[in-house]
Design a protein around this ligand. Structure first.
Ligand SMILES: CC(C)(COP(=O)(O)OP(=O)(O)OC[C@H]1O[C@@H](n2cnc3c(N)ncnc32)[C@H](O)[C@@H]1OP(=O)(O)O)[C@@H](O)C(=O)NCCC(=O)NCCS
Length: 151
């Protein structure tokens, strides 16, 4: 199994938007997300990934097949995992573990990420994969922030 990150080009933005719907549908189990009258979830930040060098969007592929995405942004001297998603078919096979490693390796230095405390899969996943030692901060709204250094 080969897991790779491929930068999302602007012409592939609609593909990323499709995957974003699957991700938001998963999130609607843990956050109050409502469907629009068109049957879609709103996501207001997609265009930013094609406008600013401080934002990066990648497809995650497994043996060249689309399997998810990773979005990262740079602010306050650190890269942040903004959104991260592996489609259900490919979960619990180590895909996200490899994809996160590939993402972190692109930018050695300080990283942060936030997760919802009731997203038990994300909590277990990030604690399993971020480099130790990681600083853990409880945020308002039942969220947790991890800060760590990628060497
Ligand atoms: C979280 C997510 C990215 C994990 O993807 P994945 O490819 O299944 O993760 P991996 O197979 O690489 O898991 C690596 C380790 O993380 C932990 N882990 C991953 N999913 C887990 C789950 N559902 N429950 C408990 N532990 C989990 C385990 O320690 C796992 O190692 P193991 O399988 O050897 O036990 C995926 O479930 C997902 O996309 N969820 C919906 C979107 C989301 O919540 N994204 C994170 C936003 S902060």
């Amino acid at each position: 199994m080969t897991v790779e990150l491929t930068p999302v080009t602007e012409s592939d933005k609609p593909v990323l938007a499709n995957l974003m719907q699957l991700y938001l549908h998963d999130f609607s189990e843990i956050r109050e997300l409502s469907l629009s009258p068109h049957g879609t979830f709103a996501y207001g930040y997609l265009d930013l990934y094609f406008l600013y060098e401080t934002r990066e969007a990648y497809f995650i592929t497994v043996d060249d097949e689309l399997a998810g995405f990773a979005l990262a942004r740079f602010a306050d001297d650190a890269w942040t995992v903004a959104e991260f998603f592996v489609v259900r078919r490919h979960r619990r096979r180590g895909v996200a573990r490899v994809a996160a490693k590939r993402l972190f390796e692109r930018h050695p230095g300080p990283w942060t990420l936030d997760y919802d405390d009731n997203n038990t899969a994300a909590a277990a996943f990030w604690h399993a994969v971020v480099p130790e030692p990681a600083d853990t901060e409880n945020l308002p709204g039942s969220r947790t922030r991890l800060r760590f250094l990628v060497g």
